[in-house]
Write a protein of this length. Structure first.
Length: 147
């Protein structure tokens, strides 16, 4: 019985540790007030972040950026039935956008035409985009066409 409690406690600690990572300051210099930075939030259920402005940044859901031009490299996550989980797509893409102070942006991805059983991506179409959460406008990349 004691082992079950320890196992449950360990699972809770693991889950809480994975979901509560603090934002990463992805700029040099002193910490700026929230009104003077932009936030980039990653939709990790669909996309892997490779880098921001040429620097590797991984394993966080939120990044604080200075306003201005930014370049993000991301790869879509593709669910494969045989692997019982997500696999990173083989075609990372660069998305450029201009961040405004006080705004929050979300990086998203979508993949179509993937054989989810075999994992073959030869006909896959990869879409990456960044949305300004305040305005709803796509400010970088391109959303997939609605069919």
């Amino acid at each position: 019985m004691k082992n079950i409690y320890l196992l449950a406690l360990g699972a809770l600690l693991l889950i809480s540790g994975c979901s509560s990572k603090p934002p990463i300051k992805a700029y040099s210099g002193p910490i700026l007030p929230v009104s003077k930075i932009a936030k980039l939030v990653i939709d990790y259920k669909n996309v892997w972040l490779e880098s921001i402005d040429g620097k590797d940044w991984k394993f966080s859901r939120e990044f604080h950026l200075i306003p201005g031009k930014h370049s993000v490299i991301a790869a879509a996550r593709v669910y494969m039935f045989w692997s019982k989980g997500h696999l990173k797509a083989q075609r990372p893409s660069r998305i450029k956008f201009i961040a405004k102070a006080g705004h929050t942006y979300e990086l998203s991805a979508d993949v179509t035409n993937v054989d989810h059983v075999s994992g073959k991506q030869y006909k896959a179409k990869f879409h990456y985009w960044i949305t300004d959460k305040e305005t709803g406008e796509v400010v970088g990349g391109r959303k997939p066409d609605v069919q």
